[in-house]
Design a protein around this ligand. Structure first.
Ligand code: 5GP
Length: 120
């Protein structure tokens, strides 16, 4: 897959507000936050979309959720609640093709999350 802006963040080639890092993943604040708390948890090994994961990625994908939970606990919003989202491909709104878990918190989050008026 071609390199995305997230690889540049991992390699510190462009700045980001990095809030967590371990051997497998990195978490940093979203540049265009959709909630008072909004950060992304990404694997250091790039995978373009959720459609591209396979059995070998089972632990890595679980690791992203464990990191999100750990950060939520450390930052003190785990009990209040938060939302995790991973968009897959364009209809879901994916714009950066390096999988990432959005973590949103800090206000009541409406459900359903979409705002379009299309009937399903
Ligand atoms: P997607 O739309 O692919 O699910 O989410 C991509 C997210 O990456 C968006 O919420 C967008 O604001 C964020 N983003 C895009 N470019 C950058 C960047 O250069 N730095 C940071 N911190 N976030 C970015």
């Amino acid at each position: 897959m071609s390199e995305t802006i997230f690889t540049k963040i991992i390699n510190r080639e462009i700045p980001a507000d990095i809030i967590y890092e371990d051997d497998l993943c990195l978490a940093f604040s979203d540049i265009n936050p959709q909630a008072p708390i909004h950060f992304l948890v990404i694997p250091k090994r790039p995978i373009a979309t959720l459609n591209d994961i396979s059995e070998v990625d089972r632990e890595l994908v679980g690791h992203l959720f464990l990191a999100a939970k750990k950060i939520a606990e450390e930052k003190g919003f785990a009990d209040e609640g938060y939302r995790t989202v991973m968009n897959c491909n364009e209809s879901a709104g994916q714009t950066v093709f390096h999988i990432h878990l959005h973590v949103l918190a800090g206000k009541p989050l409406g459900w359903p999350p979409y705002t379009d008026k299309l009937k399903v």
